[in-house]
Design a protein around this ligand. Sequence first.
Ligand code: AMP
Ligand code: GLY
Length: 421
Amino acid sequence: MKIAILGSGGREHALTFSISKSNKVKKIYCIPGNAGTSSIAENISIDINNFESVYEFLKKNNIDLVVVGPEDPLVNGIVDYLEKLNIRVFGPNKVASQLEGSKIFTKNLCKKYKIPTAEFGVFKNADESYNYINNAKHPLVIKADNLAAGKGVYICREKKESCLAVKEIFDGKFGTAKNILFEEFLEGEEMSYFIVSDGKTFKYFGSAQDHKRVGEGDKGKNTGGMGAYSPSRLFNKELEQKILEKIIKPTLKGINDLGTKYRGFLYAGLMIVNDEPFLIEYNVRMGDPECQTILPTLETDIIKIFQSCIDEKLNEIEIKWINKKSLCVVLCSKGYPDKYEKNIIINNFDKLNLNENNYLFHAGTQQQDNKIYANGGRVLNFISLSNTYGEAKKNIHENLKRLNWEKGFFRKDIGYKVIDK
Ligand code: AMP
Ligand code: GLY
């Protein structure tokens, strides 16, 4: 088979790696990919938000299956577009992708199907919002409705901060804002829970804990994700039962009631409060860096999973996992998530100890004349599988030392809740 993957991050390198292990696969294209994917696939430089150009390439190269990594093309309807042109594509359609594309869509679905989530209110302009803030309990969570690449969420400790958030959102910091979302602040511990669905049935696809803040001790600015570990320490069968019955099943029913189906990965961002799950947000794709953390523990051929989803036969297969702890540390360019330099050479790749328990997935990298340069904020993902998280961390730190990239930084405390000091 010939496969195409859309995207260029660590998640897409991990997907490409899993796909490359399938004996069904003859050729993989990454659109546009990164320096890491170019070692196992052919990178194709096309803008994935230009659906016509993507289709032209797929058609010309007789691609058998397309996997969409990031949310933007999904929310903008690439699956509907390609399916109409008879391309086999794995990912949710435009209606279903509103689960990530519009926070208000998801909140209204939660309300209708009694899915546990933070109490919320929606306002249409700044004046209504300021009125509300005057009497609101703080901390208060304020969100832009649209896709904001993980930004657009404010946790406000006092009125002044809330007013500033409202101003920034209605001033268009995250694109034109028709609405704004206010949420009650939930105090608990976060967990990422994943399923894969064919529209009729679904199966577990891992759990993880992500470290989103740039600083150690989960402090400082929000980022795309500085590291993760899987499975989440909160995960157990009893909690999973609650997540499935109270959150996942009613959500999939809600999508079915709209006359469509959810097909693809679904990522539930949860807050666990006193052993009870609350939905914080949905993403209609795998998480990044959760995907890099989870996929090395997948035993089943991923192509078999994609195909059975597209053919609505997911119930016929079993998804098997390697029973190990997985940890991922993200190496970033100094300055991230603010300003950082680009086009910085990275050496010493040949010194790394990579094998069936130790992986390297690229994110913001680019290859030129056999040399590898950093061109993004999150640059490399180091993953290790082991019987303990402590051992996995040790292996990762050894590899980071071998690479010794002086322009980079990483959080030294990833997994601190599951690793004894
Ligand atoms: P989101 O993009 O909606 O996932 O929000 C980004 C981050 O803000 C989440 O990962 C949480 O850490 C935090 N957050 C969002 N909503 C809430 C809430 N209602 N209560 C507490 N923290 C929240
Ligand atoms: N790890 C957070 C995300 O993928 O959105």
